[in-house]
Design a binder for this molecule. Structure first.
Ligand SMILES: Cc1cc2nc3c(=O)[nH]c(=O)nc-3n(C[C@H](O)[C@H](O)[C@H](O)COP(=O)(O)OP(=O)(O)OC[C@H]3O[C@@H](n4cnc5c(N)ncnc54)[C@H](O)[C@@H]3O)c2cc1C
Length: 398
């Protein structure tokens, strides 16, 4: 079996290694001078390889695009298989408290080296600075630059030139949009508070009538908001936010407890600490500077104590704490963990084999597909799963 993999990223390497280990003759063509570039920079240089979630029904819920279609693939190759795959090649993974899994070295180079050496041992040939620009069908398979292949695997990530190759063969590309980005939200409340975070926030996003909600850590940045809850919102609302040019309204519950609970806690402070100045001591585990910014936003005079806090003022403070209104006016420019939403239309892919339903011998894997996950190792898991299924199928020309 003669196999060409287009793209030397995580998904391309996994497909190539799997096919070559099963006996196929495999080459990878990579357009740049470096393979596995994203693996190297991933997870802040540590590479969040996968997530400790072993039930396919649960795992699919972390994918804003691909949830339904990944059920089958994950029943064939899931995080447990990823762990075993790397362990067999000498790389042990560890699980952090939130379920994210990293190599025990805490160094993405461990994963890059493992994939490179597995590819070399399996006899995969690598062509760098070798972009594929055209692909065509022939009677016997597929033709790329006058070479005939039994199988060609598209593993070009979210790149448009890669999608153009799929289109050349008749595939459709669903609309593309960035996912996993931070929000620009300039507000006097957030001024000079960059670096402060709240671990149990709840965020409601209203994007031209479409509503989204996420809970988790929120981090204040120089230009607005970041943190897991914000990145997850950006993924679930990726298309809606693109449609409104990243303008939306946001209601932020900083402390993660209900309006009634917050009100009751403040009410009790009136009897336990009547003389204490409200601005002098932060409550709800909030950093003092953030607490003071919210007290100012609630328009409480500096001299207010818990005993002199009137009903209306308490309501305003509770509202700042549990439903703080902020305007999103743009998308952060820093690529914290940027992935592409949209890609090759999944209705045209047989997800048992990640094979094209339109073109025999053509396979699509990884981010080139209309699949993307939230942060936490889910995007790489899609790369490993789809790469493994395509690689296994290509080895036998299935
Ligand atoms: C900063 C950052 C951090 C991330 N961290 C994590 C993380 O910790 N965990 C996680 O799960 N996900 C993470 N992600 C997402 C993850 O990196 C991607 O989802 C994953 O790399 C996709 O793999 P892929 O092989 O499909 O595509 P890619 O890794 O994008 O690889 C595609 C390759 O194809 C090549 N190519 C494109 N067009 C052509 C062509 N025409 N001819 C030849 N070659 C071509 C490209 O140069 C590239 O090397 C991160 C992303 C970023 C940007």
């Amino acid at each position: 079996m003669q196999v060409l993999v287009i793209g030397g990223g995580a998904a391309g390497f996994f497909a190539a290694i799997t096919a070559a280990e099963a006996g196929a003759r495999v080459s990878i063509r990579e357009s740049t001078g470096q393979v596995l570039a994203k693996v190297r920079i991933s997870g802040g240089g540590r590479c969040n390889v996968t997530h400790a979630c072993f039930d396919p029904r649960e795992l699919v819920r972390f994918y804003p695009r691909g949830e339904r279609e990944l059920r089958g693939p994950f029943s064939r190759f899931q995080p447990g298989d990823t762990i075993a795959w790397f362990a067999e090649r000498g790389v042990e993974l560890k699980t952090e408290a939130d379920g994210r899994m990293f190599p025990i070295s805490d160094d993405s180079a461990t994963i890059v080296d493992c994939l490179r050496s597995a590819a070399q041992q399996a006899g995969v040939t690598l062509e760098l600075r070798s972009p594929v620009r055209h692909i065509a069908r022939s009677d016997t398979g597929l033709v790329v630059d006058d070479h005939s292949y039994d199988c060609v695997c598209l593993a070009t990530g979210g790149s448009r030139p890669g999608h153009a190759l799929a289109q050349e063969l008749g595939h459709h590309i669903t609309p593309l949009a960035p996912s996993l980005f931070t929000f620009v939200a300039r507000d006097p409340r957030l001024r000079d508070l960059a670096g402060l975070s709240m671990p149990h926030a709840q965020v409601h996003l209203n994007c031209d009538g479409a509503r989204f909600e996420q809970s988790g850590p929120v981090l204040i940045t120089h230009w607005g908001l970041s943190g897991p809850a914000i990145l997850r919102l950006s993924a679930w609302a990726a298309r809606e936010l693109q449609a409104t040019d990243y303008r939306a309204s946001l209601s932020l519950n900083w402390i993660g407890c209900s309006e009634a609970q917050a009100s009751e806690t403040l009410h009790q402070l009136a009897s336990s600490h009547p003389k204490q100045g409200i601005a002098t001591r932060a409550q709800f585990g909030m950093p003092k500077r953030l607490w003071q910014a919210l007290v100012r936003a609630a328009e409480l005079p500096d001299t207010t104590t818990w005993a002199t806090l009137g009903k209306a003022a308490r309501r305003r403070l509770v509202s700042e704490l549990t439903a703080c209104p902020l305007r999103v006016t743009g998308k952060g420019q820093f690529k914290d963990e940027f992935v592409t939403c949209g890609g090759v239309d999944l209705s045209e892919i047989d997800t048992k084999r990640m094979a094209s339903k339109l073109v025999p011998g053509f396979y699509v894997v990884g981010e080139a597909l209309d699949i993307d996950g939230i942060t936490g190792g889910f995007n790489f898991q899609n790369a490993w799963t789809s790469g493994y299924l395509a690689g296994s199928a290509m080895a036998v020309g299935d």
